[in-house]
Unconditional design. Structure first.
Length: 383
């Protein structure tokens, strides 16, 4: 990513045709810049704590989106860069997950980083690969590639045991099948619904995936949850969210500053309001609450803009484009953004560098491919 950043800075200096960018592109670039600036202000507001500075270093990767996007937009990569890259990513991470689980006997595979973010990203890549099915039709046996990539990505996510990743599956499937539900026959709709139910049941029943055990554990955690006394994974998330709500009420507009969550949560633990287990984290296990706590309403507005404006752009293009190329690129972008939006509920999606880097690089590539296609079409029409 560092090399991409340096090349992007050079490209942004050389790239003088800012007027060639659409209003939506400029909004997205502005939100990326504002995200970093709000984080910088929140770090200063938080007295430049060590934790706050470390978080700021990670959030600076969002700022890198600006030069990297301009680089990709100007260099005009081929569409195959996206589809082959996603497919190869699924095959590599799927193989890594299988090796860690069945050879190294790791119960919850972690990939090269962390089982939560590994589970999130493999699931995203798996679903994004399906969006490229029409691209691979140009090759003999080509449509089997995205199907195999999907299986590898989703199975890798299952082996992580990351329940927070799986809650995005219904939303991603809904986006995938939406065109068929809009125009398809009742028989097709029934078949799609049946396939979805069948897939969920089979994944649940296969013991090697560990899905049934993780779901049973979540149900058990919810059933035994006691405010202020819990130590379970799900229960501590509830405790973090309850505590965050109390902190937000006291500092709604600007938050308490970046890196001060644990400090602000300690009095609630001492009073017996929250379990001591929440002090094991420096964030509340929810991207939106973490942003409200540290950067207030101002910060969460910027975060929502950064996530929802690209989703709106992609989803509009997916629904209304009449050609296959922009439609499949927009579908991939819609799946990417929807997954990050949903994954931000049980997890801090911008807490790890790998999740931020994936977001910046894949969003840059997908968005640039879409707008480069529209620009080429506009140029061809004007001739």
């Amino acid at each position: 990513m560092a090399l991409l950043l340096l090349m992007g800075i050079y490209a942004s200096i050389r790239y003088s045709n800012w007027r060639g960018l659409t209003t939506a592109e400029k909004w997205i670039l502005w939100f990326a810049g504002l995200y970093f600036l709000v984080s910088l202000a929140a770090t200063a507001y938080g007295d430049w704590s060590d934790t706050g500075v470390k978080k700021l270093e990670k959030h600076a990767r969002i700022l890198a989106f600006i030069p990297i996007y301009l680089l990709v937009r100007q260099s005009k990569p081929s569409e195959g860069t996206l589809w082959w890259g996603i497919a190869m990513g699924c095959f590599a991470t799927g193989g890594q997950a299988l090796y860690q689980h069945f050879v190294l006997h790791i119960d919850r595979v972690t990939g090269a980083n962390n089982f939560i973010h590994f589970g999130n990203l493999t699931l995203i890549m798996g679903f994004m690969s399906l969006a490229g099915t029409s691209y691979f039709k140009r090759f003999k046996w080509g449509p089997l590639i995205p199907i195999a990539a999907f299986v590898c990505g989703v199975f890798a996510s299952m082996l992580t045991g990351t329940r927070g990743a799986w809650i995005a599956i219904p939303v991603l499937i809904l986006i995938l099948v939406l065109p068929y539900f809009r125009k398809g026959s009742p028989a097709l709709k029934f078949t799609l619904a049946l396939l979805f139910v069948s897939l969920c049941v089979n994944v649940y029943l296969i013991p090697q995936t560990g899905v049934s055990q993780r779901i049973h554990k979540a149900v058990e955690d919810i059933g035994t949850y006691q405010p202020g006394k819990t130590w379970s994974s799900v229960g501590l998330r509830f405790e973090n969210w309850r505590t965050s709500y109390q902190i937000i009420q006291q500092h709604p507009l600007t938050g308490i500053g970046l890196g001060r969550y644990k400090e602000a949560a300690e009095p609630y633990v001492e009073q017996g309001f929250a379990s001591q287990g929440i002090l094991n984290w420096d964030h509340p296990h929810n991207e939106y609450l973490a942003t409200l706590v540290s950067r207030g309403i101002i910060g969460v507005v910027v975060l929502l803009g950064l996530l929802w404006v690209p989703f709106y752009v992609f989803f509009q293009a997916f629904l209304f484009s009449s050609h296959q190329q922009p439609k499949r690129i927009a579908l991939a972008g819609s799946l990417l953004m929807a997954a990050y939006i949903v994954h931000g509920i049980p997890n801090n999606i911008f807490e790890r560098g790998i999740s931020l880097s994936f977001f910046v690089c894949v969003l840059s590539l997908t968005l640039a491919l879409l707008y480069n296609y529209f620009s080429a079409q506009q140029t061809a029409t004007s001739r």
